[in-house]
Design a binder for this molecule. Structure first.
Ligand code: GRF
Length: 224
């Protein structure tokens, strides 16, 4: 099977990157990670990627005078690694329209809320402040507007009455680690594809993948 070449962009811990690395170890998985790039030299994820034998680079945005110069090098590093799809995984730089357009329909992101609700940072505290009872995570294609773009897959997580920011973040993160490999697999295989700025799912998709597509993660209640 021809595997899609993935470039993962990180800024920190890289636990979502690690879940993608694990998924890619399976011979049946339709993607492989060609390069991991961090904009921060101290990102913990860099060491973890290198330990797994994956090429891990830093392109430090602070060393550039402007966004365009940073993005020129970022783009070149991805091209050099023959990357076909980018996965943002906790990548904390806003990208210009020029970069986003170059990777149109070829750049995925994971966000820790059920988009289009709770875009931006500090999602879990805002979820608690709003008093919503269900939150979750979203994998979507990147567009110029932040945390917008066609939604590939979502997982729902129940908000418990005694949750604080940390406990909620931990349960959403556990759901993220399942959702991102699933969403990337569907997209890489062409089972999820863009039509009219929405993601459509191929009818031929197997039942197990379909039920994962609508998974509800709520560890205290059991996985639905
Ligand atoms: C995740 O919650 C992700 O949804 C958000 O940033 C966090 C990154 O965590 N975009 P990690 O670096 O993958 O551990």
């Amino acid at each position: 099977m021809e595997k899609k070449r993935i470039g993962v962009l990180i800024s920190g811990r890289g636990s979502n990157m690690s879940s993608l690395i694990e998924a890619c170890k399976s011979p049946e998985y339709p993607a492989e990670i060609s390069v991991v790039i961090s904009n921060r030299p101290k990102a913990a994820g860099l060491e973890n990627a290198a330990r797994e034998g994956i090429r891990a680079l830093t392109i430090n945005h602070r060393k550039y005078d402007n966004r365009t110069a940073f993005e020129t090098d970022l783009h070149q590093a991805l091209v050099d690694a023959q990357v076909e799809l980018i996965c943002n995984a906790g990548f904390l730089r806003l990208l210009t329209a020029e970069f986003v357009d170059k990777w149109h329909d070829r750049q995925l992101n994971i966000h820790p809320s059920l988009l289009p609700s709770f875009k931006g940072l500090h999602t879990h505290q805002r979820v608690l402040d709003a008093g919503v009872k269900v939150t979750g995570c979203t994998v979507h294609l990147v567009r110029t507007d932040m945390d917008a773009g066609p939604i590939i897959a979502q997982a729902a997580v129940a908000v418990e009455h005694d949750d604080d920011e940390q406990s909620l973040a931990a349960r959403v993160l556990a759901a993220e680690h399942q959702l991102y490999p699933h969403a990337l697999k569907m997209f890489a295989m062409g089972d999820a594809y863009v039509n009219n700025e929405k993601i459509e799912i191929h009818a031929k998709m197997d039942q197990a993948s379909l039920s994962q597509q609508h998974a509800i993660f709520s560890p205290r209640l059991g996985k639905a």
